[in-house]
Write a protein that binds this ligand. Structure first.
Ligand code: SF4
Length: 99
């Protein structure tokens, strides 16, 4: 599904087999879309519960290397990984917990 000239992973396109497996929202969204979604959520979290940038990026690196990531969504839990990874108390849903 195209929106604004870029692939939009939040809109499920079951007939499109070319969804980016390892992409995050930051790879697919325009700067404006990313600001309205991920960055605003990041800024709205209290520093008490928000993962620091080092932890956040380490988590996202694990997700982008994971076969369960599809267009920014974890297919194990249905969460947008860039949102899930923001909180210090969030965990990867796999039994072995990749982060
Ligand atoms: S949260 Fe865990 S299972 Fe989901 S994409 Fe990330 S590493 Fe994979």
């Amino acid at each position: 599904m195209q929106r604004g000239g870029v692939y939009h992973p939040l809109i499920m396109e079951t007939t499109n087999p070319t969804r980016c497996r390892a992409c995050l929202l930051r790879d697919a969204f325009s700067a404006e879309e990313y600001e309205k979604t991920v960055l605003r959520m990041w800024e709205s979290l209290s520093p008490d519960v928000r993962a620091d940038e080092t932890l956040y990026e380490a988590r996202l690196a694990r997700c982008t290397a994971c076969a369960h990531l599809q267009g920014g969504t974890c297919m194990q839990c249905g969460c947008l990984v860039e949102i899930r990874a923001m909180r210090t108390d969030s965990r990867c849903p796999l039994p072995e917990g990749r982060w």
